[in-house]
Design a protein around this ligand. Sequence first.
Ligand code: MG
Length: 309
Amino acid sequence: MSMSSSSRAKTILFWMSIAFVGVMLWKLVSASGQSAREDEPSYSEFMAKIDAGQVKEVTMYLSQNSYELQGEYVIPANRRFRITIFKEAAPDLTKTLRDKAVKISVRDLRTGDWTLTLITVVPLVLLVGFWVFLIRQMQSRGVQPLKTRQGDVRFGLGYDLHRLDAGRPFVVGGVEIPFDKGPVGHSDGDVLAHAICDAVLGAAGAGDIGTLFPDTDPQWKGVSSLIFLDQVAKVLQDRKQSIGYIDAVVIAEKPKLGPHFAAMKATLAKSLKIKPEQISLKAKTNEGVDAVGRGEAIAAHAIATLVNS
Ligand code: MG
């Protein structure tokens, strides 16, 4: 839903930029056409035109040493003129204009220039900014591991196992459960959180928990594994992907996990920025077989689906 609207927005932006460039080119061409029709008479020619009553209206642009006069002839019609005179010649010229009842409007050239610059530069800056935006959009699309289409679903698998030792807090799915043993790990050893991390990262094509949060890095020592899930949620956000569903199974001989599933789902969902209904949890024992069966370890498997957001 959000993906289709964002691609629609990109299409609209693309055609808007094409239209914008088109309008700019048209303006440019028509402006150059206009200047070609512009007359630049000499001072005496211009005086003659005024005398002949061919000039009815003049705009004077004042600058430090010279005045620029612009306007349109009455005859020939629709023909513009532009003439620059020295300041010293202005009183004579103004008098002639007044005698011939030519309407004079005076403007400060600096203001005129400033407005002109603004009109020319602002659309250019906007255009360049827009191009940069489009190019960055395309580049960020290139970072994504797969070409994504609406409705694409990606799968990821995660697995983890931690040894159980006496005197460690027993943390599973971000929830601490009273028990005489707990997982040994660089972090809190939360097998469920770790398996979910790997499942989600796997589906995103964004590496795994070991490369993102290495157990040689002191900053992750003794931390809650929910921090990893927070980070994973950020990775997804950057990649414009979102979790569809997570299914997981925790294998432990003891204690009973079922009664804590609601709390685990709420906790995990909060860190992953999803709804608890998007998580399914199951518990198994290992029938007394192997290390997990003897209560020496705890393990978890998880699978996650990702959709484009
Ligand atoms: Mg682990």
